[in-house]
Ligand binder design. Structure first.
Ligand code: SF4
Length: 216
């Protein structure tokens, strides 16, 4: 099978995945889609209502905001791969629980292994903490470059947060502008933080005692 066939086969498996409780409440699983050899992969938190209804990623209000901001910096949806850390909608758009994220992780890892992106853009806190390190916080670590397993991660605020506050909208647009700068030039070694170098935070991450990861 070629890469497209493998990604399609993976998506077919995700659509019938029974591995966590979100399978019981979903309308459609949303595997994600995009360019099979994309240089950039965007990874959000999870499908919202419209994504659940259609089976397609980032088609709701916040997804449209992200896509329109990316269009402004010359990134077309067709040239990136877009997915989420959980493929099924958490009821009421709640934050995915730690065990749901863990159950879904193999699907995301398989997508990353197949697409082999140079850059991954974690969209929002849960994605950043899942993909890079639980010690990171999106409000502190947004628009920084992290490296893990040879992939560069450039986290941005979640567009849903931007839609709730004009101040956060400005920060979100700043993240998109910074993303453009990083993608349009060579990133120096001094700008990259290898995740082993990230200082631990003093308080435990919220999910460590079975709670949920925070959006920020
Ligand atoms: S969220 Fe992921 S692990 Fe849970 S049922 Fe959906 S595809 Fe399976």
């Amino acid at each position: 099978m070629d890469k497209t066939e493998l990604l399609n086969a993976l998506a077919d498996e995700i659509r019938v995945c029974p591995l966590c409780r979100l399978a019981e409440t979903r309308t459609h699983a949303v595997p994600g889609d995009g360019e099979e050899s994309a240089q950039i992969m965007f990874v959000g938190e999870g499908p919202g209502q419209q994504e659940d209804e259609t089976g397609h990623p980032f088609v709701g209000k916040s997804g449209k905001l992200l896509m329109s901001e990316l269009q402004k910096i010359g990134i077309n949806r067709r040239e990136v791969f877009i997915t989420n850390i959980v493929k099924c909608r958490p009821p009421g758009n709640r934050t995915p629980l730690a065990d749901e994220i863990a159950a879904c992780n193999d699907w995301l890892s398989a997508q990353i292994a197949l697409v082999e992106p140079k850059f991954i853009v974690p969209v929002g806190g849960p994605s950043l903490q899942t993909l890079v390190s639980k010690n990171l916080r999106i409000t502190r670590d947004r628009s920084h470059v992290f490296r893990r397993d040879g992939i560069l991660f450039i986290p941005i605020l979640h567009p849903a947060a931007a839609l709730r506050s004009p101040d956060t909208m400005k920060l979100f647009q700043e993240d998109i502008a910074n993303l453009k700068k990083f993608l349009s030039r060579e990133i120096g070694e001094s700008e990259i933080t290898d995740i082993a170098e990230v200082a631990p935070i003093s308080k435990p991450a919220p999910d460590e005692d079975g709670g949920t990861l925070s959006l920020f």
